[in-house]
Ligand binder design. Structure first.
Ligand SMILES: [Ca+2]
Length: 149
């Protein structure tokens, strides 16, 4: 029994010391790259279940890390936390509601809010397309979750 308690304590300690199994660590955050394709809202809710969020990309370092990882994993466009769902044409990070003034990496001509409405953002790094694009929130895409270490 004592051994079991010790083992549990040790396991808990190890979990606290790093990212959850299969999550990647970068700069004080842990990242999960999900291959399931879902719409933006389902992706946001899925991250929340894991006490995480869609990535809030507030630096070029974090952006480069995510671009590199999705290229390595051969991921197509993946949901990030930027959205203009609630405030038309005003982009913010969800759920922090921080604006995108600090950093953004829109691809040329984006965000273009192409009809009928493109209020959610994906990050992409494939076939020469690198950076963020606004697309319909109802499309089904892969997604990334981010949580503090
Ligand atoms: Ca667009």
């Amino acid at each position: 029994m004592i051994r079991l308690v010790l083992l549990l304590a040790l396991t808990a300690h190890c979990v606290n010391a790093g990212c959850p199994n299969a999550w990647k660590e970068f700069n004080g955050f842990c990242y999960a790259f999900n291959i399931e394709k879902v719409n933006w809202l389902v992706a946001a809710a899925s991250c929340k279940v894991y006490t995480a969020r869609l990535p809030e990309i507030d630096s070029s370092e974090k952006n480069e890390f995510l671009l590199k990882e999705i290229a390595k994993l051969n991921s197509g466009p993946s949901w990030i936390g930027a959205s203009s769902r609630l405030h038309h044409l005003v982009w913010e990070w969800v759920p922090s509601l921080a604006n995108l003034n600090r950093f953004s990496n829109w691809q040329p001509g984006e965000p273009n809010d192409r009809a009928p409405s493109e209020h959610c953002a994906v990050i992409q790094n494939e076939s020469g397309k690198k950076g963020w694009v606004d697309v319909s929130c109802f499309l089904e895409k892969r997604f990334i979750c981010e949580k503090k270490l």
